[in-house]
Design a protein around this ligand. Structure first.
Ligand code: PXG
Length: 445
């Protein structure tokens, strides 16, 4: 079996052929940051350094890296049955995983559709929303409402309801019939808030304006991240999600929570919907579902949505949608082992217990040079810097590079750095991470 040391010598003389995703390819290839191993809360860099993984990979490795029960479950599965179709066929573990997800989802969310990525889960949920209204005789409800600065993956549906302008501008017209709520970042009133900010409930009322403009009868669904993640951790203003729920209910609009990041313990509960006490009609999940070990995602929905499709001749396919790899056996094995680990080690509770420690640590960055905001909720945190004149994003990038050199891997979004460590992290390690980050900020002009 290859070791981290042997992989360090893998031939990487030619980095050109890999067109890297969401990467500054030329800068990376000029000075690559190669990782060759992972263990617990650390990555092992190609030069042998142990680097804190302060972002759980890409917000997915909630239980820490290379956890034995998950690794062994995947190994067992690949030897037993490598692939099995789930179109007109099924394998038992897929049904078991759906039940297990249902058990930790909010009451009533009793139906699960599997896909392979957050992007696919989002496009699945949007398609189900439109098809559901149609199945109920409201085929004119096709409009989708997202939010500015929202991130819902990179499919055409997700890009369309997404609201990060740099992710949209290169790709033409996108889907028609999409509108966006305003984003909820308000530095003037809410800078350095701990947890949910006080101001901004009125931003949910903007949904009434959008509904009025288009007429409720044309709108299928509203999709938001309960906590905006990719843009740099925007916790919802107090009461905001509840208000969205009320407005959707009033107008017969489906509410979709994109819990790709917030699901599976990230905000100190199984799902953000539980933490904030607001139940959506559908939620999209991925990442933590398998601890990032094997790609997998799931749309979890109210049983009533599933039931609506169960009409017509019973030998006919009810929903013409799905992926070759929906409920792939390796993903399902990883998912079951991951959910066992979360339960057996009490990792959602641990996330909740660590959150105040993490909050204090992130907020210790307040007062450092160029820091204009610090935000956090659960085990998600971010620090935002004033942009350097004429070069937005550059200061964030420079601090990110310094952190990596100094022993912390984290995520950069423009002039914001985001932190989301695995829940197995120790309190002392959280302190170490933010000392390293603070030094990097001090060194960066
Ligand atoms: N929805 C949300 C809320 C996400 O955060 C997706 C959908 C898409 O998932 P896939 O699996 O298709 O990538 C995401 C993904 C980052 C970062 O550091 C965030 C994501 C992916 C990669 C990096 O901000 N979020």
């Amino acid at each position: 079996m290859p070791t981290a040391a042997s992989l360090a010598h893998a031939d990487t003389n030619n980095l050109e052929p890999f067109f890297m995703p969401f990467t500054a390819n030329r800068s990376f290839k000029a000075d690559p940051r190669l990782i060759v191993g992972a263990e617990g809360v650390h990555y092992i860099a190609r030069d042998g350094r142990r680097v804190f993984d302060a972002s759980a990979g890409l917000w997915c490795v909630n239980a820490g890296h290379c956890r034995k029960p998950i690794v062994e479950a995947v190994q067992r599965q690949v030897e037993t049955m490598d692939f099995a179709p789930t179109f007109q066929m099924g394998h038992p573990a897929a049904f078991e995983l759906a039940s297990r997800i249902m058990q930790i989802a909010p009451p009533g969310m009793d139906s699960v559709f599997f896909a392979n990525s957050g992007s696919e889960a989002v496009d699945t949920a949007l398609k189900i929303a439109i098809a559901w209204h149609r199945a109920r005789g409201e085929g004119q409800r096709t409009r989708l409402i997202g939010r500015e600065r929202g991130y819902h993956g990179v499919g055409f549906g997700g890009t369309s309801v997404g609201g990060i302008k740099n992710n949209r501008k290169a790709f033409g017209m996108l889907l028609p019939g999409v509108d966006h709520l305003p984003h909820t970042l308000d530095l003037a009133d809410n800078a350095f808030s701990r947890g949910e900010p006080e101001h901004g409930l009125h931003l949910a009322d903007q949904l009434e304006r959008i509904v009025d403009l288009h007429d409720a009868s044309t709108i299928a669904a509203v999709i938001v991240e309960p906590v905006a993640g990719s843009i740099g951790v925007y916790p919802p203003p107090k009461g905001y999600l509840k208000r969205l729920r009320e407005i959707c209910d009033r107008h017969g609009i489906l509410l979709i929570f994109d819990e790709v990041i917030t699901g599976f313990g990230r905000v100190g509960a199984a799902f953000a919907s539980e933490r904030f006490g607001v139940t959506p009609d559908m939620m999209t999940t991925a990442k933590g579902l398998t601890n990032g070990t094997v790609p997998a995602s799931a749309v979890v929905m109210q049983k009533e949505i599933y039931d609506t499709f169960m009409t017509g001749p019973d030998w006919m396919v009810e929903l013409t949608h799905g992926y070759t790899y929906s409920a792939h056996p390796l993903a399902v094995a990883a998912g079951l082992a991951t959910l066992d680990l979360y339960r057996d080690e009490g990792l959602f509770e641990r996330s909740a217990a660590l959150s105040p420690v993490f909050e204090d640590a992130v907020h210790s960055l307040k007062g450092l040079p160029n820091v204009i905001d610090v935000r956090n909720i659960g085990m998600m945190g971010a620090v935002e810097f004033a942009p350097r004149g004429g070069e937005p994003g550059r200061r964030g990038y420079d601090v990110f590079l310094d952190c990596w050199q100094s022993g912390v891997y984290c995520r950069q979004a423009g002039d914001t750095l985001a932190f989301s460590p695995p829940f197995i992290i120790e309190e002392g390690e959280i302190g170490q991470i933010f000392e390293i980050v603070a030094d990097a900020i001090r060194r960066t002009d």
